[in-house]
Design a binder for this molecule. Structure first.
Ligand code: ADP
Ligand code: MG
Length: 439
């Protein structure tokens, strides 16, 4: 019993059954998070790793009390969160600085809302600026600062409130690689040398290596709707070396977890493929990316099975793009992933080695078989006497499943794929789909 109480008291944040849906229209909801349960313990950095659109930012906003959950609860230091919480501070991807205020004023801003006196505000802001290495830039305006310096202001503004928990939403994604490395290691120094009173950090990222460098625990986020798919403890000593074989092994393991088949798959000859419905949020991937990727996989540089981290590095792809391409290839059954390796299917190999005309035929056959939306559009066009239909018609249908923005994106991508496959034609100016050109 005593043990249990000690364990509970060291939890900084707990989320229990957190669910979030957004209203799309009067009678339609978009479910973004479902049953999110996790704990941030004292003295740990947790990385929340997932692809974009999976609801990570939404979760962070719920945790910090900026927006309410639709169901479930967030507990901060034993008390339910029902609005902005004093002990938590957030760092955003886009810095969110006010251009008409100096660095010092931007940092002080964090304290104004708390009703701190002017002189104390100033003193604390100067200290935060000092801690984060911005000394000498107090009177500069945001437009005079590089991305790295701007984000340091973002950090100073969070640190100035002397938070217990620091929430970071992709704080390094807008920075170039070297700047990001630099700021990340400065942050880790602050953390390890206990230069602040921060007791726990949650960092949202879609960068696998970043998660592996930073975190004591990595939560892998699944999508549609967002949920925590895996919880991976990292017990590598710091500072971590990205070349260390143990680190590489960890990165491999994360790749594997991120591509592990989930329930929406079916088994065909021992391979589990993703199957999708009409309203599935197709990944935004262009034909040139798909063909380029399949050609690379088929090249003599690789064996049949290719290690994903290695491939990502060779092709200089960020993880988001990589996973989008892989997802598209899996949906189209041109490739599949197992144990962190990717392999072309027979059809994928055939495609990679075919000439343009043959490629289009293979692509058309797979598109009509495995992408219900493409099949649906084609069927509507086939059935209509004039063989034409407005894109708006399909857009409205998609909005039953997706937000307007997502629906537009999905339709755009299916139109691009369909035009390439020549299963229908599209007039960009009128938004009319037809069977005009396809043979
Ligand atoms: P991530 O941070 O993982 O990229 P987000 O939390 O930003 O994901 O978004 C998750 C989903 O919720 C997206 O489909 C997004 O369009 C939707 N969404 C986010 N905020 C809102 C909102 N205020 N209203 C409607 N939909 C939203
Ligand atoms: Mg986000």
């Amino acid at each position: 019993m005593t043990q249990k109480i000690t364990a509970l008291s060291s939890n900084l944040i707990e989320t229990m059954g957190v669910k979030k849906s957004f209203k799309k229209s009067d009678h339609q909801d978009l479910l973004v998070l479902e049953d999110v349960n996790f704990i941030l313990r004292e003295n740990e950095i947790v990385a929340l790793l997932g692809k974009s659109g999976s609801g990570k930012s939404t979760l962070m906003r719920i945790i910090s009390g900026l927006i309410p959950a639709t169901a479930g609860e967030v507990i901060y230091l034993g008390k339910p969160v029902n609005g902005p919480v004093k002990g938590m501070a957030m760092v955003f991807q886009n810095f969110a600085l006010l251009p008409w205020l100096t660095v010092l004023q931007n940092v002080e801003l964090g304290l104004e809302a708390l009703g701190v006196s002017k002189s104390e505000r100033r003193a604390r802001a100067i200290e935060a600026i000092d801690v984060i290495g911005l000394d000498g830039f107090e009177s500069a305006y945001p437009k005079e600062l590089s991305g790295g310096m701007s984000q340091r202001v973002g950090f100073a503004r969070a640190l100035v409130v002397d938070p217990t928990v620091l929430l970071m939403d992709e704080p390094f994604s807008a920075l170039d690689v070297l700047t990001a490395d630099n700021l990340r290691s400065d942050l880790l120094d602050l953390w390890q040398e206990k230069k602040t009173h921060i007791k726990g950090i949650i960092c949202v990222t879609h960068n696998i290596e970043e998660a592996a460098i930073l975190a004591d625990r990595i939560l892998i986020f699944g999508a549609d709707p967002g949920y925590i798919k895996d919880d991976l403890a990292v017990d590598l000593p710091r500072p971590r070396n990205a070349q260390d074989p143990k680190f590489r092994k960890l990165v491999d393991e994360i790749y594997t977890l991120m591509t592990t088949p989930s329930a929406d798959r079916i088994s065909v000859a021992g391979v589990r493929y993703k199957t999708i419905g009409l309203g599935f949020r197709l990944p935004y991937v262009e034909i040139s990316e798909l063909t380029g990727f399949m050609e690379a996989l088929d090249s003599p540089d690789y064996q049949d099975r290719v290690d994903l981290p290695e491939l990502a590095e060779d092709l200089q792809l960020n993880v988001d793009d990589l996973f989008h391409i892989i997802e598209a290839l899996e949906i189209m059954r041109f490739a599949y992933v197992s144990k962190g390796d990717i392999e072309l299917t027979g059809a994928g190999k055939l495609f990679a080695q075919a000439d343009i005309l043959r490629r289009k035929q293979i692509f058309a056959a797979h598109l009509l078989s495995y992408v219900p939306l493409a099949r649906h559009i084609r069927r509507v066009l086939d059935e209509r006497p004039e063989h034409v239909a407005s894109e708006d018609r399909f857009l409205r249908e998609l909005e039953d499943y997706l937000s307007q923005e997502a629906a537009e994106e999905v339709l755009k991508i299916v139109i691009e794929w369909g035009r390439y496959a020549e299963i229908f034609a599209y007039d960009y100016n009128t938004g009319i789909l037809s069977l005009e050109n396809p043979e």
